[in-house]
Ligand binder design. Structure first.
Ligand code: SF4
Ligand code: SF4
Length: 701
């Protein structure tokens, strides 16, 4: 069994936290792009997104047919197709071509796949000079770094660092001025383009029906690289093949808007094998196009039910732009070669699960899934990755402890006074840190004297319907008063409210890749709730995460009719109030009288259409509600409680950034409907932080 490297990952995070502190280059760059995107994303219809997903699904389903179709087309057009099993084979093919055509200098463009196979090193070891012609790629190449972002390879560097690198390389002072930097590199590139014997590019897409290599860039360097060289080698993953040009045009509409907020990138090129001349020594010869398509785990992934979805990725980087831990530590820690959320399954596919330890940085907020235009369930792919890593190399010990969280909580809840005494004592917290792994600095909620099951009474006459209340561990054992408040509101609205037998949602099990155990919990809860759904009950969840599990993860884990049925009849509490009509609700609750509230939207309450039921609810009661899309609070259940760089420390940095933005807004207090988010906000903010249930009061008349 390979050594578990958790400690090193933690150290890497701590190092980045100290380097990037209060600067956060990834976050700044990504926020800038996200602002631009806001202006154009609404132009993409849901139908088009669905169409893009369908195109990718079918392309992967027929991957092997598409390869053969492409091969026939290329042969008929004088081009060549080679399939490389892995990176080494692909690199050898390129070296052989260089030797065959006596190439000493290669210019490269748009070639993330060549990063995957570490081609540069291989070529350089054979004495072949390689020049990256994308500005960012060139900078990281000269700095000896690897790209930290799939769109902005040098996002982690300041202009001062870039200037230093170039000064060293060119042997003369280069000022830290972006214009000057561009002009210097451009001068160098011109000379390289003219001398190069081979251009290597990647491909955003390759069209099976005509062999077109589609490249989307903002620098046009692919065109310059290819224009002056007699040999064009295309290195791309096999999954880049699309059947038709029509498919490409559909995806292009989605890709540029999602990647950089542009309607179309500055350069979108279709390089098609044909008898094109190249202007060297006045000769007129067709340019040689050689396609090296790499398998490197992709074909196996295409046959893997749990993983193939990752191959639908169109490399737009939307998931990187929103990922909270990635935005703090960047792609050198949150990545292997591929970085960010998509980098987790892609590392597993191309470099093996042994290199995916950084998946532990994923806190399962779900923001990447929401941002992905192809609707790839990255959080779940990350769980699958964690599961496979755990089964092969061992789960991190803290995760193994947290797997038994339900037993710990039930046990402690039986002796609440003693447990609370222990939890509030220094020695108790140190022991918990030592034996379980929860950071002693994290404020933990206290156990209630009685849990919800002990104080709950079935209420309501049921004239408006019947509700089964579903909670989660925190509300059930620590804050039963919120469960009772929910029940009281519903009964006043004419619903019969019951509390069925239930376990907690099981989110930590899903989150940390204990899929089999999560499935057991899902089955238990679904079976318990289904009995009631069949009798006409609606399931109303008091916690956003509980609702998220019921409506999304349980059906995914179980794939049964009853889980789908329960999901269809499930609501988040405030979503349910909106469903029955807020005008009815306001009649039974006291007005909030212009209270100024900054509302925090929990990640698991986010709806795809952007609506916010809780915000609408608070506004219907007369509150002035301010909100901002600041993303995840950083606690993410037990994730931010864990001791270490990739738990507590990272969680706190994410939370600080969120809270700072809230404190700049006009709200006099912060409110949210998630008991978990509330823990984090309350521990970091100077403003009072409240659960929504603590703000609303039922009127006496
Ligand atoms: S679920 Fe959240 S933390 Fe995990 S990869 Fe996606 S965005 Fe990042
Ligand atoms: S996983 Fe989705 S969001 Fe991330 S790069 Fe791929 S297509 Fe874009």
């Amino acid at each position: 069994m390979e050594k578990n490297r958790s400690r090193n990952l933690s150290e890497e995070v701590l190092e980045k936290l100290s380097i990037f502190k209060d600067y956060w280059p990834m976050l700044k760059n990504n926020l800038r792009i996200r602002e631009r995107k806001e202006k154009v994303l609404h132009e993409i219809s849901h139908d088009l997104l669905g169409e893009v997903r369908r195109i990718k699904e079918e392309a992967i389903e027929r991957l092997e047919d598409n390869i053969e179709r492409l091969r026939r087309v290329l042969e008929s057009r004088g081009a060549e197709l080679r399939i490389a099993r892995d990176g080494l084979e692909a690199s050898r093919m390129v070296v052989d071509l260089c030797k065959q055509y006596n190439v000493k200098l290669v210019v490269k463009s748009k070639s993330l796949t060549t990063e995957e196979i570490k081609l540069n090193k291989f070529l350089e070891s054979e004495g072949i000079e390689v020049v990256e012609t994308d500005l960012g790629e060139r900078i990281v190449q000269l700095a000896g770094h690897r790209p930290s972002h799939i769109l902005g390879p040098a996002f982690h560097m300041t202009r001062y660092e870039v200037a230093q690198v170039l000064t060293r390389y060119y042997g003369r002072p280069i000022p830290p001025d972006p214009q000057e930097i561009v002009m210097e590199v451009r001068r160098e590139f011109r000379e390289k383009y003219l001398r190069a014997g081979m251009a290597i590019t990647g491909a955003n897409f390759i069209v099976a029906e005509n062999g077109a290599v589609v490249l989307v860039t903002n620098e046009g360097n692919d065109r310059l690289s290819i224009a002056f060289t007699p040999i064009h080698v295309i290195i791309a993953g096999v999954e880049k093949i699309l059947p038709t040009t029509k498919d490409v045009f559909k995806i292009l509409k989605v890709l540029s808007r999602n990647a950089t907020g542009q309607r179309l990138s500055s350069y979108t090129s279709f390089h098609i094998p044909t008898s094109i001349s190249y202007p060297r020594e006045g000769s007129v010869k067709p340019r040689k196009m050689i396609y090296i398509l790499i398998d490197n785990g992709r074909i196996e992934a295409a046959r893997d039910r749990d993983v193939k979805e990752a191959l639908y990725c169109i490399r737009c980087a939307s998931c990187l732009q929103v990922c909270p831990p990635y935005n703090i530590v960047g792609g050198h820690v949150f990545g292997y070669i591929y970085s960010g959320p998509m980098g987790i399954p892609w590392t597993m596919i191309t470099h093996g699960v042994k290199n995916t330890e950084f998946a532990q940085l994923c806190n399962f907020c779900g923001l990447c899934k929401e941002a992905c235009p192809v609707n790839i369930d990255l959080p779940y792919l990350n769980s699958i990755t964690k599961e496979r890593y755990g089964k092969k190399f061992g789960y991190p010990s803290i995760n193994k402890n947290l797997k038994r969280y339900e037993s710990f909580i039930t046990l402690a809840a039986n002796i609440p006074s003693l447990s609370n005494y222990f939890l509030s004592s220094k020695i108790g917290r140190k022991l918990i840190e030592m034996f379980i792994g929860l950071d002693s600095r994290r404020t933990l909620p206290k156990f209630s004297k009685n849990n919800l099951g002990e104080v709950f009474k079935e209420v309501g006459d049921g004239r408006e319907g019947k509700v089964a209340l579903f909670t989660d561990a925190l509300v059930y054992y620590m804050y039963p008063e919120w469960g009772l408040k929910a029940s009281e509101i519903l009964s006043r609205l004419g619903f019969r409210v019951v509390l069925p037998k239930q376990k907690s949602s099981g989110m930590p099990l899903i989150q940390y890749g204990f899929i089999d155990e999560a499935r057991k919990i899902a089955r238990y809860n679904v079976e318990s709730l289904y009995d009631l759904v069949e009798k006409g009950y609606k399931v109303v969840s008091v916690e956003p995460t509980a609702h998220y599990c019921l409506t999304y993860y349980y059906p995914k884990l179980l794939d049964t009719e009853i889980s789908k049925n329960v999901a269809e009849n499930s609501f988040g509490f405030f979503e349910f109030l909106k469903y029955i009509g807020l005008s009815k609700v306001t009649k039974i609750l006291k007005s909030l009288d212009d209270m100024k509230i900054t509302y925090h939207l929990p990640c698991h309450s986010r709806s795809r259409d952007g609506s916010m039921a809780t915000k609408e609810f608070l506004e219907s009661l007369g509150a002035k509600v301010f909100t901002k899309d600041v993303g995840c609070c950083g606690l993410a259940g037990t994730w931010g409680m864990k001791k270490g760089g990739h738990g507590y420390e990272l969680s706190i940095e994410i939370g600080r950034i969120v809270v700072k933005q809230y404190e700049e807004m006009e709200g006099e207090l912060i409110a949210t409907e998630s008991s978990i988010c509330l823990q984090q906000l309350a521990s970091l903010s100077k403003l009072p932080c409240n659960h929504v249930f603590d703000i609303v009061e039922i009127s006496s008349d």
